[in-house]
Structure formats: structure tokens, C-alpha cells
Design a protein around this ligand. Structure first.
Ligand code: FES
Ligand SMILES: [Fe+2]
Length: 313
């Protein structure tokens, strides 16, 4: 397991954590867990007991806190040890982490210092119909998967899209790098033909990278918008990808529309995965024509990237 970048990570569907349940946050370093108190409050903490390291996912949610199964130390929501039967009251704390429930999903942050919150751009939770995708792995480093959005030349070769105008990069905030793309479709697949005829050959795409490992993608054909959130977990052997899909709430056919849009999006992502799998991108190999990519690596938080181009601050 590689140390995880300080960011928000999509953990699971909110429905997968009922009151009284504890769940490990798989694939994250530091090792974390999430739990829900009996009254429904969401918490995230270190996974291992600060006494002798017992795995607290085997513990129990005890009223407002979490109790270790080994010696029954109980930790409250601030991480303080509030009960320790037979021990002088210990000072050791259980580290707590930020946790949020949004769009029907649970997110944890690996540091309280993360300066943004996990959210779709221009789609508030109250107006969204959402659904989690199944997690999958890709055999490349997480930053290679993230860089794909800024590798604008592959849109023509892999996705059969042509640009109506030069893609624009902007900083939505210091920790959010955005690229806007206005494209049409080339090629003769069904999707391309639908975009050309029904969609007036106009696809608006806005991709925002939030702090490195969290991406939101908004794509719009005519009035149909799809929002995708992609959470990248750095593994030693590649990247685990968790996804969340959403559309604006509009009527009784929403669930059907969302499923159809998910299928469309997953086949788009599959085009990337087929070539990203096994890729070993060295940021120093970026050439002048890869300007957007160079700017992505220059922006990526320094501690996050294994090899930034010299002088790219
Ligand atoms: S190991 Fe958790 S209370 Fe002792
Ligand atoms: Fe792509």
C-alpha cells in the first residue's frame, strides 16, 4: 500500500453503513475505518487501537462511541478514551478523520487539512439522482489515470472526438484544476452518430481535478447532463477506482436515464482503461505539444507526484 495523498476518498454507498455498523476503509493508507453511531452520526477514525493495536473493525459501536474488543477501551467522537475498565484513565487518543455523507455515498479525508469538499460542480446534492459504480482496478499509477483528462490529444485517437475550440485550463481554486472541452464526434459508432445527429455534434465536457486523486467530470449533450465522480486509490500495483454517477433530478424516468448514462460513460472510460493499463508515464517525457499535461503536472501537489518535470513549480 502506498501512502495516500491528502484528499477525500469515496468509500462506499451510504446504505452500506447502517447505525451500529463499523466498516474498514479498504485500500487506504493510513488504515481507517468508518462507523455510524446508534443515533446515526457518521465517524471516521484510525483502524487500529492506540493501546495494543487491535483491529477496531472487530469492535462494537457502543452508544456514542467505539469500544475495542480486546480490553474494552471506549473512544468517543473526539477520539478521547472515555472508559478503560481496570486501567488508570489512559491519555491515548484514537485519531479521528473528516467524514461526510454526500450524494448517497460516504467520503473520508486522510487529513483535516484538505481544503475542498467532495462535490459535483454545479449539481447540489438536493438536486441529484445518484448511483455508485462497481470498483475496478487499473494497472497504472494513480497520477497516470488522473493525467488522462489533460492529455488532450488522446481524445482524437482513443475517443474519436474533435475539438470545436482549444480546450481551456483554469484554476477553480488552488486545489482544483479544471479543463473545459467542447468537442464533436468523429467515427461511425452508434454513439458518435447519435452525437452528430441528435446532439448537433456538440459535447461540452468539464473535468475538475480536486487535489490530485479526486475528479469530477460533467458532460453535456444538448440538455442531457451526466456527472461522474472518480476517486483514485493509490495501490502498490496500480490504482483502484471508485465511481459515483449522478444526473439532475427531473422526473419519474430518472433511474432509467441514469442507468443509460452510466453505461455510456463506462464504455467511454473502458476506452481509456484499455490503453492505460500497464502504462508507465514519466512526467519528464511530456513534450511541448502536451502543454495541458505539462500544466497538470506543474499544478499537481508536489508531494503527490513521483517525478515532476524540472522547474515545474
Ligand atoms: S488493544 Fe484496544 S483496548 Fe487494549
Ligand atoms: Fe480518456
Amino acid at each position: 500500500m502506498l501512502p495516500s495523498l491528502e484528499s477525500w476518498y469515496l468509500v462506499c454507498a451510504a446504505s452500506e453503513l447502517r447505525p451500529g455498523q463499523v466498516r474498514a476503509v479498504d485500500d487506504l493508507e493510513p488504515a481507517l475505518l468508518v462507523y455510524r453511531t446508534r443515533s446515526g452520526q457518521l465517524r471516521a477514525s484510525a483502524r487500529f487501537c492506540p493501546h495494543l493495536g487491535t483491529d477496531l473493525t472487530k469492535g462494537s459501536v457502543d452508544g456514542d462511541g467505539l469500544t475495542c474488543p480486546m480490553h474494552a477501551w471506549k473512544f468517543d467522537g473526539s477520539g478521547a478514551c472515555v472508559e478503560a475498565p481496570g486501567y488508570a484513565q489512559p491519555k491515548r487518543r484514537l485519531a479521528q478523520y473528516p467524514v461526510l455523507e454526500r450524494y448517497g455515498a460516504i467520503f473520508v479525508a486522510t487529513s483535516p487539512e484538505v481544503r475542498f469538499e467532495p462535490a459535483f460542480v454545479d449539481l447540489p446534492e438536493s438536486q441529484a439522482v445518484s448511483r455508485l459504480g462497481a470498483p475496478f482496478d487499473v494497472g497504472c499509477a494513480w497520477h497516470v489515470a488522473a493525467a488522462n483528462s489533460y492529455d488532450i490529444r488522446h481524445f482524437a485517437t482513443i475517443h474519436r472526438r474533435s475539438f470545436h475550440s482549444e480546450p481551456e485550463l483554469s484554476l477553480a481554486s488552488p486545489s482544483q484544476l479544471q479543463i473545459r472541452i467542447h468537442a464533436g464526434a468523429t467515427g461511425d459508432g452508434l454513439r458518435e452518430r447519435v452525437i452528430r445527429s441528435w446532439g448537433k455534434n456538440s459535447v461540452q465536457i468539464r473535468i475538475t481535478n480536486h487535489g490530485g486523486t479526486l475528479l469530477t467530470v460533467e458532460s453535456r449533450v444538448r440538455s442531457m447532463a451526466l456527472h461522474v465522480l472518480v476517486s483514485l486509490y493509490p495501490l502498490a500495483s496500480g490504482t483502484r477506482v471508485r465511481t459515483l454517477f449522478a444526473i439532475p433530478r427531473s422526473g419519474p424516468l430518472d433511474a432509467l436515464k441514469l442507468r443509460w448514462s452510466m453505461g455510456r460513460s463506462l464504455s467511454f472510460i473502458a476506452q481509456d482503461l484499455a490503453v492505460l493499463d500497464g502504462a508507465r508515464l514519466d512526467p519528464e517525457h511530456v513534450v511541448p505539444e502536451d502543454e495541458h499535461l505539462r500544466r497538470f503536472y506543474a499544478w499537481l501537489p508536489r508531494r503527490a507526484a513521483p517525478a515532476l518535470p524540472p522547474g515545474a513549480a
